[in-house]
Design a protein around this ligand. Sequence first.
Ligand code: F6P
Length: 526
Amino acid sequence: MTASLSSSPAWQSYADAVHGASHRGDHLRVIEAAGLSVDLTAQAYSPELDAAALDLCAQQGLTQAIAQLFDGGQANWTEHRPAWHTALRAAEPPPSVAGPILTERQRVRDFVAAANANGDYKYVLHLGIGGSDWGPRMILRALRHQGISREVRFASNVDSHAVADSMHQLDPHSTLIIIASKSFTTTEPLANAQVAIHWLEDAGVADPLKQVVAITANVQAARDFGIAPERIFQFWDWVGGRYSLWSAIGALPVSLALGCDTFDQLLAGAAAMDDHFQHAPLSQNAPVQMALAGMANRSVMGFETLAVAPYDSRLTHLVPWAQQLEMESLGKVATRDGSPAGVPTGPVVWGMTGTDCQHTFFQWLHQDTAGAPVDFIFCERPDHRYEEHHRLLIANCLAQRAALLRGKSFDEALIECSALTSDPQEARVLAQHRIHPGRRPSNLIVLPRLTGHAMGALLALYEHKVFTQGVLWGINPFDQWGVEFGKALARRIIDELGQPGHAPELEDPSTRHWIEVLSRSAKPGA
Ligand code: F6P
């Protein structure tokens, strides 16, 4: 096995430069990319760090890896596949895949045009999970202010309470059911689809499958399910599940609800960020610089998590979308040659929209011994007429960033507390409670307005940041071997719950206990 990253020549210089850099946020660093402003001022910076980072990028072959990503090379090396989500949004897709891409794009447009012309489907019930759910769910929430022509409900958990909620007050006779699943073997959408089809049957829908479409890379499985070929929209193995928004996975629900033009804008925004990522010099490359800042925070400064705080309620689903993108891409055990990275990798991603986040966990962010870097996001212009309200929102975002960076010293706190008590000792004790360590890193991403183009650029920014971190850490951001084990055990437990037996892989006493208890309670008359 080759040496891990931590013992590589460029790494030690990079780590030393991070420690030696300024963490005071005193060097304005705003990168304009695809219409977004990415402000990295509150991250570690020094000319030496800039140079060491470029050396690390060179050592890890970043430039070559970016070229391979866009050329359809095997960026997903454990599954020997390309990761060609960028081809899906290219104005002119690469010739080797342009045919299928443009054909499916047109099939979606034709299906939506026919549905619009016929006045079909007042409602859409979307059944997918993970990368087949978060992207469409996020976009429809973010852009519904543009006006929606169909109500789209989402059910992802294999939980009939959730499915029932999503079907509440829908008219079965005018509901289209979308089964979105790349593999078309995932338990949740298929089980939920059975509930939804029964719901149609119970309402007297003569041929329920005529109100069902599939979006999948496994066309045969969808055919076997009983869905007609003309109602199956395809994407391909060379598109990762959590990178599939740009395929029919996003095109169909977004176009049905928001129109094909909005989806085209989404593609254009992502393509603009692709162009920036491919051609901007690394030191002026927004995804690369966000990736390096994140790596410095995670692998050198020891921050274990990253908080994402969109100051726009329409971006509420950006947080779970980013959680899956980052944690399912970077939460890995081995690097390319099988060896561990040797440094901390893949942060926990969490967060909440502002200003709710300020009243939920910013106390922790400001004064906890650890704290966390924060990605702040806001739109310069709102899509409502309440200008003063919007100023309040933005001012709070900027204030929280400034407070995290600036901090509050004991002396400053003592001045405050001395005005509260005449007892100097009490004032000193109180002041200890008001210290803010400060120099807590953050990014600020500013969108001009919340449009399809801006959303496309924002999502591609995060996709390329994650890809870059994968390259620098030596991690494959496009596989997800860690999700398979739990799924296999779930299938065993389902069998056991029906027929308790002896499954050696389920020997821990707690699992055994609950299988026995739940099997008894499931027995008729129990
Ligand atoms: O979470 C595991 C996972 O495989 C994700 O990578 C994927 O987005 C999700 O399950 C759904 O998979 P599918 O689209 O194949 O149903």
